[in-house]
Design a binder for this molecule. Structure first.
Ligand code: C2O
Ligand code: CU
Ligand code: CU
Length: 519
């Protein structure tokens, strides 16, 4: 199988349908207030992983794997399909809703779905240890505790996340709440979800080549940029304000988002929802899995004008004497177009940009049990793999350094020590790759960043685009950079993953568990 084409991997034997039901945690100290699994819910969704063929490029059907869903309770409006796309439908949930999702795996591979950014009990989180084989079912049930925000869902089986997301398995999960409703941000047709991904096609196949060690080490970059699963994205818009909900759903690509005419970006939200007030960086640096909500005003008078959202050039971190990407026509750090916006009509009304967006409820570093002694996680190459503190993922393994006490707040530091074989690059340049570090469970705050001299040049080409003002669940760490975060462990106890969200890195083991312990 030369190209490792996805979607036609194995012809699986017919496996009898079995059901795995996640059980509510018996270790929860708040178990008296945790609703019983199997009780009444507000929303029930039937989700399936399926093999399918989709016309992505004109006249050619491509083999994909997808997550499809339908609501089995009354309110079908909470599911918005994306036409002609492999992406799963956009799920719209509300804070406080009790949700049941019955998931059936119908692809010839084991899988499990993770709700990226949501804080849910450990057995509802899609940890790889809960992956189910073809023909099996996994039932999720949880209460949406998160604030309004742009979250997403994707598979999480160990070693198979990269190929499955690449094959098409992903979708947006938008949470709404009363605080956000009161702002009257642009909604309906004036709210545009945009999932950014890169893919390489060969006739009717999506080409994915993570087989060589070097492709795993570098992360897989595609030859074309897709928005919502479609090439050459173009939106026709009215002369008014819009909210663009942008997810970097790529396996490994970093975007440096900007407008082609140099207008600063107006950012109203990040991973964990609205900022306190809008920020206007010159560009936004978006690593895999990070989200940003862009507010844009196509003003009256703009009719007839076309604006493009682009990725600006940057100094891509490099490995071993200049390697920047796995043979992509668009190497990491190259400039490219993402989508065009054609202002083709006058709008009857607009929604103004609120000056104050939300109350974040941030903690102070003094609330941490370790304000001056961060728990440090070193990101580095060791024995041919990307590692976290020199270790790779073992399904249920967790070290004492990865065990935190339930109910506490901690400072963690991600230190990207670079990746030249054997450590730091020579010749004054910091070799290595950027790693978008993600923690499951509660969102965190970014406290501070610092950079060593060897990494400074690459860092300076992206650092004005870090949006650290809001809640985050994924944070980009450039070679030589230290990022200190503050996180509460007050949600659910249990065993959860943290990992690099370059999916090839995650699959090769740049993932570990942390345990939130009650005893
Ligand atoms: Cu978006 Cu552990 O994943
Ligand atoms: Cu996640
Ligand atoms: Cu990585």
């Amino acid at each position: 199988m030369s190209g490792g084409a996805v979607g036609a991997l194995v012809v699986a034997a017919c496996v009898p349908k079995t059901t795995v039901v996640g059980s509510s945690s018996t270790t929860s100290p708040t178990s008296s207030t945790v609703p019983v699994v199997g009780g009444p819910v507000d929303v029930e969704i039937a989700m399936r992983a399926i093999s399918d063929r989709i016309e992505i490029r004109p006249g050619v059907e491509t083999d994909v794997w997808r997550l499809v869903a339908e609501v089995t309770t009354e309110d079908a409006a909470i599911i918005e399909p994306i036409a002609d796309s492999y992406l799963g439908p956009t799920l719209r949930l509300r804070q406080g809703q009790r949700v049941r999702i019955v998931f059936d795996n119908e692809i010839p591979d084991e899988t499990i779905v993770h709700w990226h950014g949501l804080d849910v009990p450990e057995d509802m989180d899609g940890h790889p240890r809960f992956a189910v084989p073809e023909g099996s079912r996994y039932e999720y049930e949880f209460t949406v505790g998160n604030r309004a925000g742009t979250y997403w869902y994707h598979p999480h089986p160990h070693g198979r996340t990269g190929p499955q997301v690449y094959a098409g398995m992903a979708g947006l999960l938008l949470v709404g709440d009363d605080e956000e409703d009161a702002l009257s941000l642009p909604s309906g047709e004036f709210e545009i979800p945009m999932v950014l991904q890169d893919r390489t096609f060969d006739n009717d196949r999506l080409v994915y080549l993570p087989n060589g060690m070097m492709d795993q080490v570098m992360g897989f970059l595609g030859n074309e940029i897709l928005v919502n699963g479609r090439p050459e994205a173009a939106f026709s818009v009215a002369s008014r304000s819009y909210r663009l909900r942008i997810l970097n759903g790529s396996n490994a690509r970093i975007y440096k988002l900007g407008w082609d005419d140099g207008t600063p970006l107006v950012i109203v939200a990040t991973d964990g929802g609205l900022l306190e007030s809008p920020v206007t960086p010159p560009y936004v640096t978006l690593g895999p899995a990070e989200r940003v909500d862009l507010w844009v005003d196509f003003e009256p008078g703009a009719v007839g004008i076309k604006r493009k959202l682009v990725s600006l050039p940057f100094d891509a971190p490099q490995m071993m004497g200049g390697m920047t990407g796995s043979n992509s026509l668009i190497p990491n750090g190259a400039a490219f177009d993402i989508a065009s916006f054609d202002v083709d009509r006058n709008a009857a009304s607009t929604d103004p940009l609120p000056g104050h967006l939300s109350d974040l409820g941030f903690s102070s570093v003094d609330e941490a049990v370790n304000p001056d002694a961060a728990r440090t996680i070193v990101l580095a190459m060791a024995r041919g793999s990307w590692t976290l503190n020199g270790r790779t993922f073992q399904m249920t393994e967790v070290s004492p350094e990865e065990t935190v006490r339930f109910g506490t707040t901690e400072v963690w530091e991600f230190f990207n020590a670079g990746g030249g074989m054997g450590g730091r690059g020579g010749g004054g340049m910091q070799e290595g790759l950027a790693h978008p570090m993600h923690m499951h469970g509660q969102q965190f705050q970014v406290l501070e960043r610092s950079i060593d001299d060897a990494g400074r040049a690459a860092w300076e080409s992206v650092q004005e685009g870090y949006v650290d003002e809001g809640w985050k669940d994924t944070v980009l760490v450039m070679p030589g950079e230290r990022v200190r975060i503050l996180r509460r462990f007050t949600g659910f106890p249990g065993l959860f993953p943290y990992h690099c969200h370059i999916l090839e890195h995650e699959d090769m083991g740049m993932m570990r568990n942390f345990r939130i312990a009650t005893t």
